[in-house]
Design a protein around this ligand. Structure first.
Ligand code: ATP
Ligand code: MG
Length: 278
């Protein structure tokens, strides 16, 4: 079809675990929904599926049931706050490269159907820089890298950027500093990362924003609610809403790469071998 509208497909990655990817994904998703966008969030963390837990959702099925042909994407998708569509994780999707041609066609079709219903697809990836993370990141149009003020966060973010750049020719990244004391500290972290990438890699890093450390966010996690929904005036919620506005203004990819079926095709055509890269 020629007249399909483009969908933004954004990976949220970090290298290091526990820096706030899932919280950012969920709250970014809800913020974009609040702004009137139709958003789906694919939980691509196959080890520790967390999106549903953060939102207090109880999925019966997950993406593996779609891969097996037992359910449609619509049937496994559950609706979170503000209409956010959540596609629950399974270990199946990491091995998309191994599924048969018929199943591949089915899943491409399933995602291209979803395309009519959404403006944005967010992909919350796992920690680490293993093949699963790389495959998801390189299948997306934009990659958000989340960092926090810990040396290992910067080194792991660098390792992921380097891998995606050198082996997969990705040269544009968006950096978000999380759990910082101030925007100044967030920018300083971004600049530290830029100093290393500028020296060794041919990449452009864009500063997308800083999110303060916020006890209010933690309280919402306890209550299994999205902070932007249940405590919108908290500092973290304000910061994430501003980031969502920025993202909403990014230029949209038109042409081939702007469609969901290409996202799935890139996933399927990945060279994932199941081995750890590091
Ligand atoms: N801005 C923030 N202020 C306070 N706490 C935060 C903030 N962002 C995240 N956290 C807390 O940090 C912890 C890790 O967050 P989260 O699960 O989102 O990280 P992650 O990067 O997805 O982890 P993993 O790599 O294991 O998937 C959680 O306890 C969360 O509540
Ligand atoms: Mg997570």
């Amino acid at each position: 079809m020629i007249d399909k509208k483009p969908v933004r497909v954004i990976a949220i990655a970090s290298g290091k675990g526990g820096v706030g990817k899932t919280n950012l994904s969920v709250n970014l998703g809800v913020s974009l929904c609040k702004a009137g966008r139709k958003v789906a969030l694919l939980d691509a963390d196959m080890g520790l599926a967390n999106v549903d837990i953060l939102l207090g959702l109880h999925p019966k099925f997950n993406i593996s049931h779609v891969l097996e042909g037992e359910k449609t994407l619509d049937e496994v998708t559950i609706t979170g706050p503000r209409g956010l569509k959540v596609i629950p994780a399974s270990s199946g999707i990491q091995h998309m490269a191994e599924i048969g041609t018929l199943e591949q066609a089915g899943i491409i079709y399933a995602f291209s159907e979803l395309e009519n219903d959404i403006d944005v697809l967010l992909v919350d990836t796992a920690a680490g820089i293993h093949g699963g993370v790389v495959n998801f990141a390189k299948a997306c149009q934009e990659v958000l890298i989340v960092v926090c003020d810990e040396p290992t966060s910067l080194t792991d973010a660098y390792a992921l950027i380097k891998l995606l750049n050198r082996d997969h020719s990705i040269n544009r990244f968006h950096v978000i500093a999380n759990m910082v004391d101030s925007v100044h500290q967030g920018k300083a972290l971004y600049q530290k990362l830029c100093r290393v990438t500028d020296q060794y890699l041919d990449v452009a890093l864009h500063f997308t924003g800083a999110i303060p450390f916020d006890k209010g966010l933690r309280q919402c996690v306890q209550k299994q609610q999205a902070v932007v929904d249940s405590n919108p005036s908290s500092p973290a919620a304000i910061a994430i809403s501003n980031i969502a506005k920025k993202i909403d203004n990014w230029p949209l990819q038109r042409g081939a790469g702007g469609h969901l079926e290409f996202f799935v095709e890139r996933l399927i055509n990945s060279d994932y071998t199941g081995e750890s890269i590091r």
